[in-house]
Design a protein around this ligand. Structure first.
Ligand code: BTN
Length: 328
């Protein structure tokens, strides 16, 4: 969607009828530009009703990112976070990594309505859609060295799980290292990228993507079962409120992480752990599959897997639940 389409979408976001003439006047564009904008909005998958004499209406209102409403929801973190909002970016992580190299300050956050090259973990794509997903990244600087940030992605998972639970998502779980799932379906993901020295200082770009509304275009594009916050909470979600709450919680957790590392969040992580004390298979990056019982995580975020040889720590790999789901 181009700039005009985004402007027209903002004008229509409340779900009420707006005449083409009113939209054109408000935006300072021609009526035919409005028509093209509305056509692009429809092409992006929004259902639009068009009634002669009344104008256009979105069949489902959409909550678009609004700095004032996010600021109101930010609470104490308002003084610690500076937020930039974009209609479209390649990826909020990529953008913030570029800005970090150029000296952007800790606490700079970038949120986008859509990403053209959203990235997930392990080189996967991350699919998002205007109004249906929430995608943003936060830059945080640490005096600790990069080698001490191993548990940061799990710490971020705790912040995310807390907020999603508070937003009404019952049954929110974490799958090592940091997938947020409900009933085995992915609700949100975290991608952390680190810059800096192994011994310090260092900086992390913490990228978060959350499925907010059911969207066949998103679920059809990914190769794993997903769910979304509206489905699991049964509530209409205001993405501005959600983003404010998330940034607030992230600041709390990042302050804690800066002081004590992941250790002080480890027990809470394990309460959210979907596979705690269950039989799992860990697929290592070299393709080796290891079966064992998930015994939680270490202070540095490593997975503790018990096999016949005892408990081993793993720093990378993908977990799947064993079919027998053995619990001991
Ligand atoms: C995962 O694979 O689970 C991680 C997904 C992370 C996606 C978010 S969306 C905002 C930020 N920008 C990106 O390109 N990726 C992260």
């Amino acid at each position: 969607m181009n700039n005009t389409a985004f402007q027209a979408l903002r004008a229509l976001s409340d779900g009420a009828f707006h005449s083409g003439e009113d939209i054109a006047r408000t935006l300072g564009i021609t009526r035919s530009a409005v028509w093209y904008g509305v056509r692009d909005i429809a092409g992006a998958g929004f259902e639009i009703e068009s009634v002669r004499g009344r104008g256009y209406r979105l069949k489902r209102p959409v909550s678009l990112l609004d700095p004032e409403r996010i600021f109101l929801a930010l609470g104490a973190a308002a003084a610690r976070v500076k937020l930039e909002i974009r209609d479209t970016l390649d990826s909020t992580n990529t953008q913030l990594m570029r800005q970090a190299v150029n000296g952007a300050p800790s606490g700079l956050a970038v949120a986008a309505e859509s990403q053209t090259a959203g990235r997930g973990r392990r080189g996967r794509a991350w699919h998002s859609r205007v109004g249906s997903t929430l995608v943003f990244s936060l830059l945080w600087r640490f005096t600790r060295g990069a080698r001490e940030l191993a548990g940061l992605s799990l710490a971020t998972g705790v912040a995310l799980a807390r907020v999603l639970r508070a937003a009404g998502a019952s049954g929110v779980c974490l799958k090592w290292p940091n997938d947020v799932i409900v009933d085995g379906r992915k609700l949100a993901g975290i991608l952390i990228e680190i810059q800096g020295d192994m011994l310090g200082p260092s900086a992390a770009v913490i990228g978060i993507g959350i499925n907010v509304r059911p969207d066949a275009r998103v679920s059809g594009a990914v190769d794993q079962p997903i769910t979304d916050l509206e489905t699991v909470s049964g509530l209409a979600v205001d993405r501005n409120q959600l983003l404010g709450m998330l940034l607030n919680e992230m600041v709390l957790v990042l302050d804690r992480f800066s002081e004590t590392g992941f250790a002080s969040l480890r027990e809470e992580w394990q309460v959210f752990h979907a596979q705690q004390e269950r039989g799992v298979t860990l697929l290592l990056p070299d393709g080796t599959a290891i079966k064992g019982i998930a015994r939680g995580v270490a202070d540095d975020g490593a997975l503790l897997l018990e096999t016949a040889e005892g408990i081993t720590r793993y720093h990378s790999g993908e977990i799947s639940l064993r079919e027998d789901g053995t619990a001991t």
